[in-house]
Write a protein that binds this ligand. Structure first.
Ligand SMILES: Cc1ncc(COP(=O)(O)O)c(C=O)c1O
Length: 445
C-alpha cells in the first residue's frame, strides 16, 4: 500500500515556513522556485517535506532522478565508493572510474566508432566544453542555436540560450557570433505552415536565406540543437527536421551538437533522443539523468574531433569518483529495464493526456516521447493564446494536492517523472491533474 500523496499540514507547513524565512535572508534569490517545497527526504516516486507531507514526484528533481529517488543500488554504489576514494582530481591524475565510465559512454552514445569524453559537473559545463571544442576543432567562430533553446546559464551556455528574457537581462553583451533561428515548433510554426506541407521550411530558410545573405557557412563552427527542446516547452520536432538539419551540417562541414542534457539517459524511451531521429551527432552533451542526482556531466565526441591539446580544457571536480560510480550504476539500471519502462509508461501517459486534451478546452497541445511529456495550456484552442495564469494555477493546485509538477515554455506543464513509474502512479497523477484542470476552469481566470 502506497503512502503517497499524503498532505497533512497546510502548505507550507510550520517547519517549511521557518526554512523559507531563513532562505530569504541567506540564499541568493536568483533562481525561480515554483512552490514552497522544502524537502527532507525522498525514496522512489515519493518526496517528503520537512513537515512530513508526502508528494508524488512528477519532476524527478528536474529530469535528474531517472532511477527514482535514492535507489538502493545507487545508494550502495555511492556509499561503497565514499569509503574507498572521494576525490583525487581527474584534472591532474588518472582515475580508473572516469576511464571506465568514458569507455561505457563511448559504447552507448550513437555511432559505432570510438568516442572520447570530457567530464564536467553540470549541464552548462558540458555545453561550455562543447562550445570551446567546436571552435578549437573547426577554427571557425560562428555558432547557430535556436529560439526557445535552454543550454544553461554560464556565459557561454547563456549565449546559446534564448528561452526567457530574465535569464539574459542585464548580462549582455554575451559571446559574439551566436545566431538564433526559429526551431521546428510546429504547434506555433514561425512560418505559419503545417508539418504535412512545410517541406521543413525552417531548415530551407537557413540554406537559402541565412547562408546566402548574412552568415557565411564556411565560418560556422557548429549548430547547437536540443533534440527535443526542454525548458523551452518539451517541443518535439518532426523527424525530417533533424534529418534536414543534419544534412545541412554535412554539406557545409559544420558540427552537429546535440544537447541531450534533458532528453538523454533513457528519458524518451531510448538511451538518447537522437536515436529516435537516426542522428549520429558530432558532439553530444549529457548531464541531469546520468548519475541519479550526483553532479557530473559529459561532453562526448569522436577521437577525431576531441583532439585538443593538454591544457586546452579541464575541471578540478569533473568526473569525481563517486559521481562516476553512481553513473555506472545508473546506466546499468537504465539498460536493465528502466528505458523500456519509460517507453511503456510514456505510451500510456500520452494516450491518457491526449484524452484530456480532447475533453478540456484549455489544453491546446499534448506532446512528448517516453516520459518527457507536456501539455500546453491555452486560453482558446483556436487562437492558441498562452494561458500563463491558468498554467501556474494548475501547478499550484497540484502541489496543494500532493503532486509535483513543473512548467516549461511559456504556458506548458511538463511531466518528467522518474523512469520507475508504474501505471498506478501514472493514474494517481493523471487523476489529480484532471481535478486541477476542472477546478481551474471553474475559477475562470
Ligand atoms: C537541455 C539543457 N541543457 C543544459 C542545461 C543546463 O544544465 P545545468 O542546470 O545542469 O547547468 C539544461 C538545464 O535545464 C537543459 O535542460
Amino acid at each position: 500500500m502506497k503512502n503517497y500523496p499524503c498532505i497533512q499540514s497546510k502548505l507550507p507547513g510550520h517547519n517549511a515556513t521557518q526554512y523559507l524565512e531563513k532562505e530569504k535572508k541567506f540564499v541568493s534569490p536568483s533562481s525561480t522556485k515554483s512552490y514552497p517545497l522544502v524537502v527532507k527526504s525522498a525514496k522512489g516516486m515519493a518526496v517528503t517535506d520537512v513537515d512530513d507531507n508526502v508528494f508524488l514526484d512528477f519532476t524527478a528533481g528536474v529530469a535528474v532522478c531517472n532511477t527514482g529517488h535514492n535507489h538502493d543500488q545507487i545508494v550502495a554504489s555511492i556509499s561503497s565508493q565514499a569509503s574507498t576514494l572521494i576525490h583525487m582530481s581527474g584534472a591532474d591524475f588518472y582515475n580508473p572510474l572516469q576511464i571506465q565510465l568514458a569507455e561505457k559512454l563511448s559504447a552507448i552514445c550513437p555511432g559505432s566508432f570510438t568516442k572520447r569524453v570530457f567530464f564536467g559537473n553540470s549541464g552548462a559545463e558540458s555545453i561550455e566544453a562543447a562550445f570551446k571544442l567546436a571552435r578549437y576543432h573547426t577554427k571557425r567562430s560562428i555558432v547557430i542555436a535556436f529560439y526557445n533553446a535552454f543550454h544553461g546559464r554560464t556565459m557561454g551556455a547563456l549565449s546559446l540560450t534564448a528561452s526567457k528574457l530574465n535569464q539574459r537581462k542585464h548580462f549582455l553583451p554575451l559571446i559574439p557570433e551566436v545566431i538564433h533561428i526559429p526551431y521546428a515548433y510546429c504547434y506555433r510554426c514561425h512560418y505559419g505552415l503545417t508539418p504535412d506541407k512545410c517541406n521543413i521550411a525552417c531548415v530551407t530558410w537557413i540554406r537559402e536565406e541565412l547562408f546566402k545573405t548574412k552568415v557565411p557557412p564556411e565560418d560556422v563552427a557548429a549548430i547547437f540543437v536540443e533534440i527535443i527542446q526542454g525548458e523551452g516547452g518539451y517541443i518535439v520536432p518532426p523527424k525530417e527536421f533533424h534529418r534536414a538539419l543534419y544534412q545541412l551540417t554535412r554539406d557545409f562541414n559544420i558540427l552537429y551538437i546535440a544537447d541531450e542534457v534533458q532528453s538523454g539517459m533513457g528519458r524518451t524511451g531510448r538511451m538518447f533522443a537522437s536515436e529516435h531521429f537516426d542522428i549520429i551527432p558530432d558532439i553530444i552533451t549529457v548531464a541531469k539523468g546520468i548519475a541519479s542526482g550526483l553532479p557530473i556531466s559529459a561532453t562526448v565526441a569522436s577521437e577525431k574531433i576531441m583532439n585538443w591539446l593538454p591544457g586546452s580544457h579541464a575541471s578540478t571536480f569533473g568526473g569525481n569518483p563517486i559521481s562516476c560510480q553512481a553513473a555506472l550504476a545508473t546506466i546499468k539500471l537504465l539498460e536493465d529495464g528502466l528505458i523500456d519502462n519509460a517507453s511503456k509508461q510514456g505510451a500510456y501517459m500520452i494516450n491518457e493526456l491526449k484524452k484530456l486534451e480532447r475533453a478540456y478546452p484549455i489544453i491546446g497541445d499534448v506532446r512528448g516521447l517516453g516520459l518527457m511529456l507536456a501539455a500546453e495550456i491555452v486560453k482558446d484552442k483556436e487562437t492558441k493564446e498562452y494561458a500563463l495564469e491558468e498554467r501556474d494555477c494548475i501547478i499550484q493546485k497540484a502541489f496543494s494536492k500532493g503532486l509535483l509538477l513543473l512548467g516549461c515554455g511559456r504556458s506548458a506543464i511538463r511531466f518528467c517523472p522518474p523512469l520507475i513509474l508504474t501505471k498506478n502512479d501514472a493514474d494517481i497523477a493523471l487523476s489529480i491533474f484532471e481535478e486541477c484542470l476542472r477546478e481551474t476552469i471553474q475559477i475562470k481566470l
